[in-house]
Design a protein around this ligand. Sequence first.
Ligand SMILES: [Fe+2]
Ligand SMILES: [Fe+2]
Length: 146
Amino acid sequence: MFYYADYSGELMRQQNKLVSDLEKAINGEYSAIQCYAKLAERAPTDKVRERIREIRRDEKRHLQVFSQMYTNLTGSQPKPKDTEACPDTYLRGLEFALEDEQETVDFYLTVADETSNLFVKDAFRRAAADEQNHAVWFLYFLMSAK
Ligand SMILES: [Fe+2]
Ligand SMILES: [Fe+2]
């Protein structure tokens, strides 16, 4: 009996951690969507603008997947908050985006490692691969802009 209770306590702890990680991921995706709209407006060429918009569409997809997971786990809709201050200039915006994407890769891979739920693991791994790709694009834009 003791082990049984202990085990369910561990599951509960894991579940709570996942919900708070999802909240953080949802706020991050939501903030990136706001920030990349601003960044796209300031893009120097149509080609860069279109690429940033494509990245933004990936973030919208991530937001949808994570929100659905959140709702499945908690039974309620997430309330995304814009938690990051998006810089006003194109260059500073790129630097900010590059750093944010790289941190997000680490964060998502950690979440993927920590969960035993294969669906969650797969979703965070896929999103991490997208963020890695975004980081490379932002690095490229940054190099081209300087
Ligand atoms: Fe994303
Ligand atoms: Fe991203």
